[in-house]
Ligand binder design. Structure first.
Ligand code: ADP
Ligand code: MG
Length: 597
């Protein structure tokens, strides 16, 4: 019982937090259902009496403290004959029907409300989640929690609200049984408490298995996502075999846990009824043989207990199901808290347009303590300047760009845009002015038009802007050559496109947005010469029209930028034009030589 309460109350708080007054509505309607049912049942006793002797009037002594019911009818001036008793019973059950309808209906409505609220809260929290925290998070767990786990939370609520309803019914029946025959009721309750001890051990086991299952499902999900993401690599290197063997073990593991839970459930299901009936039988025997009471006084109480027993069985079933889902509930709330704990705290100042310069003053950053990734970065970038960042892999180029885009915040130093500290800016209003071309071009499985315009309305103005962007990105002729033109679908992750085409499309998308900044993180892998050409053409063409920051791996692509920043071990080694650096930077000269080999 204590354990039941311990599991019951915190979750009640969780549901109450989301549903508020709606919980009371559910509670009150449940009480009504139970009361009306009980009152209807009470009428069975006078009915039995009248069946034995149809001409008599029903008496009220056998009802114990519920006698007021018949007495009440009598004071209304009614003769307690068969018609009145039957009719009263019918009226109670009609009202119970209405209450049941209302209770069920509200439950469905609130269930939908609850789940929609969880989904919306999660989406909101995810969109505020800081990038810093995201890079350390488990992407598989996030995906799984926001999709599959939500379903399980809904099941948790469904089973919990059934439980709540059954609990209310039990309490109502117990109260009625107590009114009818207090002595008998107390004995039954004692028996019930004993039987509960037996079940609690089984419950505990189920609970542990349930949270284990959640964890296993998560890791499994994560591995599946990676199997899809790295499909090509796994396939090409014949590593898929080993990987699927590994996945097979995970599946078997999950299966075994599920089976264990199934066994526990079956044991409980089988045990429950014989145990309960055993208790009732013993209590009747005690009542009659030891306490010397008559059977007639306990009939009504027994009737309520029998009814309560049905609810108790249902309660234990739903409690057990609920335990199976409760792991998800804990998981969902800790997931949500984690998102909220790492929410962005943007400033309030809106960013309207880039006017003069970006200034990085003595910027430092580290992902982990005592392992500085960036140190003492000092750099000023003027509007419409084009700046390339070069340096060994791991020298901090991407991290620096992440700081400049506002994805992560520097740990030390000051970052100013047009003289304003970026921390004071509403970061999203700044990011709307940023075009970002990532290492892996982002291509959606949708049409050319939607990929570039981000699902803008297909009208004349937008089409004009669309073509403009394509022209600037040197991809217009390609699109015009296609059978379905801008309505051609690009396939899963742009599978039907070459690397260069993907690059040009993702540049076109940024140009369509009418941004101030263009940031580019070139692919680290060797670019094919077509892609390399695409990038170089785009850079040369767009230079001077946008403030461009380019992380370059192929140095040929950045021959014409205004300035090149050479990064080394998280610091700026040198800054200058391509030609200047060949003279003055050792590191740069060596990089160029290596690439010309
Ligand atoms: P570059 O782009 O120049 O190759 P990065 O900025 O990506 O370099 O990385 C710089 C350093 O920061 C590397 O040593 C890398 O291991 C580390 N690093 C990058 N991202 C993370 C992260 N999310 N968590 C911890 N360390 C990271
Ligand atoms: Mg990088």
């Amino acid at each position: 019982m204590k354990r039941l309460l311990k599991n019951f109350l915190p979750h009640l708080a969780y549901f109450y937090h989301h549903l508020r007054y709606r919980m009371s509505v559910l509670l009150i309607t449940s009480i009504f259902v139970g009361l009306l049912d009980g009152l209807g049942l009470t009428m069975f006793l006078p009915l039995l009496e009248l069946i034995a002797d149809p001409n008599a009037q029903a008496s009220s002594e056998k009802l114990g403290n519920l006698a007021f019911l018949l007495d009440g009818l009598r004071t209304l001036g009614l003769n307690l004959n068969l018609n009145v008793v039957l009719l009263t019973m019918l009226v109670f059950f009609i009202f119970k029907g209405i209450a049941t309808f209302f209770e069920r209906y509200m439950r469905v409505v609130y269930q939908q409300f609850f789940i929609a609220k969880i989904r919306l809260d999660n989406i909101q929290a995810l969109s505020n989640y800081s990038y810093n925290a995201f890079v350390h998070a488990d992407a598989g767990a996030i995906q799984n929690t926001m999709s599959g786990e939500v379903e399980r939370v809904m099941q948790a609520f469904r089973t919990y609200s059934t439980m709540l309803q059954q609990l209310v019914m039990i309490l109502t029946y117990a109260a009625l049984a107590f009114l009818a025959s207090p002595e008998f009721a107390v004995l039954i309750v004692i028996g019930g408490v004993f039987s509960n001890f037996l079940f609690s051990a089984l419950y505990r086991k189920t609970k542990i298995l349930s949270s284990e299952l959640v964890k296993r499902n998560h890791t499994f999900q994560g591995y599946i996502i990676q199997a899809v993401a790295f499909f090509k690599y796994l396939k090409a290197t014949a590593a898929m075999q080993g990987y699927s063997e590994f996945l097979r073990l995970k599946v078997l593991d999950i299966e075994a846990t599920n089976r264990k839970m199934g066994v526990l459930n079956s044991i409980m299901m089988g045990l429950r009824e014989p145990l309960m009936i055993g208790i009732v039988v013993s209590v009747i025997l005690i009542q009659v043989n030891v306490l010397g009471g008559g059977l007639s006084t306990i009939i009504l109480s027994l009737l309520f207990f029998y009814r309560g027993l049905t609810s108790l069985t249902a309660l234990q079933t739903s409690y057990n199901q609920f335990l199976g889902y409760s792991g998800s509930l804990d998981n969902m709330s800790s997931f949500f808290n984690e998102l909220v704990a790492h929410a962005n705290t943007p400033g309030r100042q809106p960013f309207t347009a880039f006017e003069h310069s970006l200034e990085l003053k003595n910027i430092g950053f580290s992902y982990q303590k005592n392992r500085p990734i960036l140190q003492a970065i000092n750099l000023t970038i003027e509007k419409n300047e084009s700046v390339a960042f070069v340096g060994e892999s791991g020298s901090g180029k991407t991290t620096l760009l992440n700081i400049i885009t506002g994805l992560i915040r520097p740990e030390s130093g000051v970052y100013l845009i047009d003289g304003l500290p970026v921390n004071d800016l509403d970061i999203q209003s700044l990011q709307k002015h940023i075009g970002y071309i990532t290492q892996d071009p982002v291509i959606f499985d949708d049409t050319f038009f939607n990929n570039v315009t981000f699902w803008a309305e297909h009208n004349k103005t937008n089409l004009g802007r669309f073509e403009d962007a394509l022209r600037k990105a040197h991809v217009l002729a390609f699109v015009h050559g296609l059978e379905h033109q801008e309505n051609t679908r690009l396939g899963n992750n742009g599978i039907s496109l070459s690397g260069g085409q993907k690059q040009r499309i993702s540049i076109a998308r940024e140009l369509y947005k009418q941004v101030d900044f263009l940031f580019m993180d070139e692919a680290t892998s060797a670019l094919d010469s077509e892609t390399e050409k695409a990038i170089q053409e785009n850079i040369d063409e767009l230079k001077g029209q946008y403030t461009m920051l380019i992380i370059a791996h192929r140095l040929s692509t950045i021959k014409n930028v205004d300035r090149v920043v050479v990064m080394k071990e998280g610091q700026i080694e040198n800054i200058g034009s391509y030609e200047e650096l060949l003279e003055k930077s050792h590191v740069f000269k060596r990089m160029v030589e290596l690439q010309e080999l």
